[in-house]
Write a protein that binds this ligand. Structure first.
Ligand code: 13P
Ligand code: SF4
Length: 313
């Protein structure tokens, strides 16, 4: 452990802080975290932690969700500008007008949204439980789903529900190249393609397994292939490689070979230095209006309750 890591650990002990990291964080951050998980697991952990401070090594909506679920805790976001292109693609005022224009619909929103959008939502979901959340609704229920069009279309293809889908997308998952994935498959006979449901349909069609980051990781541990092409943010490869050192994991390439588009430009804003500084200064902190917290909290808690009932968490 290097000097900076030691300082983080010392501060963490002094301040009774817990460090939670998403699977898309840099390997050194995943390794120093007390808990690494997908967005559903992070939300659940944040809700039940007994620490005084939560350091959320992830993006803004994840820290906001932690604060909403456990408002008495101080929640710190090391990189305050770590947003999310999906959350950005769904401004609350425009989404609110859309919901108003379509009365009689149940609003299901992906957790990758602002608290203001969650406050307009009936049930939140994550990629770990989206299909089950939609299936938990009565069969003839009309549904508005936002903001990810790819996840929405994927859920509709499985559930065959009546869904109005918002036209948002993630800059990472939109950029994978089908041609390059197929070429990689040819070069690596027997390799399996693992894809996050935020990928567009042509990528999902050629995939061997589709799931949330946690589901892809779990599949890679138990499946018997030797090589995997992973179509989601490249941070997840760290846990896959750690769990199965004998296997080969290849990040799915983006269309533009000059960009590192399979890195989330927001997730990668978090650094060990920023984690250290935010712990030392106890800032930047997530502060939310109480009424907004209550309204957004209702739709997140509904998701947690359904997930518990269905034994997803
Ligand atoms: P998970 O729900 O798999 O954690 O995904 C979150 C995310 O931001 C995907 O891009
Ligand atoms: Fe948002 Fe995409 Fe980054 Fe996930 S990978 S946090 S959906 S921008």
């Amino acid at each position: 452990m290097n000097d900076l890591m030691n300082k983080i650990k010392r501060l963490q002990g002094e301040k009774r802080a817990v460090i939670m990291a998403h699977y898309y964080q840099e390997p050194d951050i995943q390794d120093i975290a007390d808990f690494v998980g997908d967005s559903l697991a992070l939300a659940q952990k944040a809700m039940t932690t007994t620490a005084d401070i939560i350091v959320l090594a992830g993006v803004h909506f994840m820290a906001e969700t932690a604060k909403i679920l456990n408002p008495s805790k101080k929640v710190l976001l090391p990189a305050p500008d770590a947003g999310c292109s999906l959350a950005d693609s769904c401004p609350a005022d425009v989404f609110g007008a859309f919901v108003k224009a379509h009365p009689g619909h149940t609003v299901v929103s992906y957790v990758n949204t602002t608290a203001a959008v969650k406050a307009l939502t009936d049930i939140v979901c994550t990629s770990s439980n989206a299909v089950q959340i939609v299936e938990s609704l009565p069969e003839n229920e009309k549904i508005i789903f936002g903001p990810d069009r790819n996840l929405g279309n994927y859920i509709r293809s499985i559930t065959h529900r009546d869904m109005l889908i918002w036209d948002g997308a993630c800059h990472v998952h939109e950029e994978f190249s089908l041609e390059k994935i197929l070429e990689l498959k040819k070069q690596n006979p027997g390799a399996k393609v693992l894809a996050h449901p935020e990928c567009p349909k042509p990528i999902l069609i050629v995939s061997d397994h589709i799931g949330s980051t946690a589901a892809l990781l779990s599949f890679s541990k138990t499946d018997n292939a030797r090589t995997y092409i992973v179509a989601t943010e490249s941070g997840i490869l760290h846990q896959m490689q750690k769990a199965s050192p004998e296997k080969t994991f290849i990040p799915a390439p983006p269309k533009d070979s000059t960009c590192a588009c399979n890195n989330c430009r927001y997730m990668k804003l978090v650094t060990l230095r920023k984690i250290h500084d935010c712990l030392e200064n106890e800032s930047p902190e997530i502060i939310l209006d109480e009424e907004l917290c209550d309204n957004a909290g209702r739709s997140i808690r509904r998701m947690i309750d359904i997930s518990k009932k269905l034994k997803i968490i």
